[in-house]
Design a binder for this molecule. Structure first.
Ligand code: FAD
Length: 315
């Protein structure tokens, strides 16, 4: 069976959920091999979890330097493995880093890149969700090893039996941009925005930074991440790292609740593949209703607290 390389997204010794989604997608195309780039000892700790989602092999690309550089170690390792293993495809999470890694890799390999896909079938045909889910565009790479970035949350992760054998691979000398410091996002105990199964986002309609509390309260009751529209971010209501959209993060949770967000195309680009979309907004003509599964035309400061109370009662 053809090998399919999956770049493992991991942080603080934990595999991120999107990796399991990628391994599930990879099993449709061939036999998944997980590629772990990190400091020495990382792959050994992650191999059991990776095996439980069907990774037959774990390539351990480990060096102290690999963890200190942005994207180039991953590109170097994937390019070397793609050359030696001739995989059927390389799957990468459609995160900010993942998209850069995939773009650089496709250029190195002289092959085609499919970006931000929401599904992929056994023949390597990938689906893109366009214009708020109105169109489902299918595409296939016709030259070289397909490099595919998959949107987090778009494919349901399914466990599989199996144990992954760890194989050490060489990490080329690191170069490029070096990380000089790390500061965790101020999300507190909330889940990471792109990993969360529920996201509650606020827009300009929230009105102020103080009033964003109404968004946070609903999010905390649901165990959700908090997001924001660009208008809310630009107005200083919420920090930039929580912006959802074309120039922010792409999310694809099971449930996306938009409070006071009109649904401009640039916002939709970052959340339109969410499984269920709920909108609460005063304007009945707002474009968010074109993609919302449930909509409330109303005052968010009345509706959101009622939702929070109702969810709390049912817990
Ligand atoms: P608005 O469009 O102003 O909508 C606010 C809505 O709230 C209104 O419909 C109003 O009726 C309603 N409202 C007001 N008060 C209440 C209340 N009390 N209760 C209920 N409803 C209320 N946008 C993004 O979000 N993400 C991006 O990544 C992004 N990238 C962009 C990139 C480019 C190149 C450009 C040009 C734009 C980008 N934008 C992005 C901006 C985008 O075009 C919109 O301006 C923005 O999404 C609007 O944000 P909003 O929906 O919060 O505000």
């Amino acid at each position: 069976m053809a090998e399919v390389l999956v770049l493992v997204d991991h942080v603080d010794g934990e595999v991120k959920k999107v990796t399991y989604e990628l391994l599930t997608a990879a099993r449709r195309i061939g036999e998944p091999s997980a590629v772990v780039v990190g400091e020495p000892g990382t792959a050994g700790k992650l191999s059991e979890a990776l095996g439980s989602y069907g990774a037959a092999k774990v390539y351990a690309a480990e060096s102290a330097e690999a963890a200190e550089y942005l994207v180039t170690p991953q590109v170097d390792v994937l390019a070397a493995l793609a050359g030696s293993a001739s995989p059927a495809a390389v799957l990468v999470p459609a995160s900010v880093d993942g998209k850069e890694i995939a773009g650089r890799l496709a250029i190195r390999l002289g092959s085609g890149l499919l970006s931000e896909v929401v599904d992929v079938d056994a023949d390597g045909v990938a689906s893109h969700s366009l214009f708020g889910g109105t169109y489902d565009a299918k595409a296939k790479v016709t030259q070289g090893t397909p490099v595919i970035t998959v949107l987090p949350g778009s494919i349901e992760a399914e466990q599989a039996t199996g144990a992954a054998a760890v194989e050490q691979v060489e990490v080329p000398a690191a170069s490029g941009a070096k990380i000089t410091g790390r500061q965790p996002a101020e999300a507190g105990d909330r889940p990471e925005l792109t990993e969360a199964s529920i996201v509650v986002s606020g827009g300009r309609g929230v009105g102020s930074a103080e009033q964003f509390e109404v968004v946070e309260k609903l999010a905390d009751t649901l165990g959700a991440a908090v997001g924001a529209s660009r208008a809310a971010v630009d107005s200083g209501y919420y920090p930039h790292q929580f912006q959802v959209g074309q120039t922010g993060k792409t999310v694809s949770p099971q449930l996306y609740i938009a409070l006071g967000i009109s649904g401009a195309i640039q916002h939709r680009a970052g959340m339109q593949t969410s499984k269920t979309i709920v909108a609460v907004i005063k304007d009945p003509e707002a474009p968010i209703f074109e993609i919302a599964d449930y909509g409330v035309v109303g005052e968010l400061f009345k509706v959101a607290p009622q939702l929070t109370d109702e969810v709390t009662k049912r817990k």
